[in-house]
Design a protein around this ligand. Structure first.
Ligand code: BTN
Length: 254
């Protein structure tokens, strides 16, 4: 804790050697009334969770498996902004610490040389018109080597160490991530979402790409042209502009 430069994020730290999922623990703490900025970190997750009911590979000591509790003064409909905001902050931090040259894939993955290094899983609890809490779950592949990844994800995942060509000190990276998350959160609260959206766009590797969308009730391809003020991706198709919200779809280059 003495290392941290953030003042709110990490003011309460729950550290585990091994845990099912840091998001599960953070949601329990949040439901029990823990302060905003509480974080849960673990060396290893036994059942780390990803978006769209996928798992998240979380081997001991090789990554940052982190969940952050926020209580943002946004309407529940605006919770998607937390994910975009987190992606911007984390992308700043990892590029500053590693120089790896990462970019953001809509809505919330950070990729390096076309392979995933960071995943973000935002979970929310809201009542009526107010958010009770948001848990931002962040998985960063830090010091894995090629052979550490299971076969199913080896082709699509990488680590910062592999991208940068050297081991990355995890504490330094964690400190930078918390500091940048605090910065982007304070920007959103004081200046609104526009500056973060602008940075998101400038760091995006999705805009300008031909993408395939796989949703529950729709599958189509088109050109990713923009992201709107709610964080939805706008895709140009022969039928017109399709608007895609995070949560219900996966996209891949086509
Ligand atoms: C995704 O890309 O599908 C999101 C992955 C999110 C993984 C992180 S690791 C810390 C936190 N705890 C979890 O169980 N998941 C998130």
């Amino acid at each position: 804790k003495a290392h941290l430069t953030s003042s709110v994020l990490g003011r309460e730290i729950h550290y585990f050697s091994e845990i099912d999922s840091t998001n599960n623990a953070a949601k329990k703490l949040a439901a029990d009334g823990c302060p905003e900025g509480t974080i849960v970190v673990a060396e290893e997750q036994l059942t780390g969770r990803g978006r769209l009911a996928r798992g998240w590979y979380s081997p001991f000591g090789k990554g940052i498996w982190l969940s952050v509790v926020l209580r943002p003064p946004f309407a529940p409909m605006e919770a998607a902004k937390c994910t975009l905001m987190a992606a911007v902050g984390i992308n700043r931090a990892i590029n500053a610490v590693t120089g790896a040259g990462c970019g953001i894939k809509w809505p919330n993955d950070i990729l390096c040389k076309g392979r995933k290094v960071v995943g973000i899983l935002t979970e929310m609890s809201a009542e009526m018109d107010a958010i009770n809490y948001v848990v931002i779950g962040i998985g960063v592949n830090v010091n894995m080597e090629e052979q550490d990844f299971p076969e199913e994800i080896a082709a699509t995942a990488t680590s910062l160490a592999m991208a940068a060509g050297c081991r990355i000190p995890r504490m330094k990276l964690l400190t930078a991530i918390l500091a940048e998350l605090e910065n982007v959160y304070s920007t959103v609260k004081t200046s609104g979402f526009a500056p973060i959206l602008a940075e998101w766009k400038s760091q995006s590797i999705t805009l300008g790409q031909q993408v395939a969308v796989n949703g529950i009730d729709r599958n189509f391809t088109g050109l990713a042209v923009d992201i709107d003020a709610d964080g939805a991706l706008l895709i140009k198709t022969p039928q017109g502009i399709e608007r895609v919200l995070a949560g219900d779809v996966s996209i891949r280059p086509s």
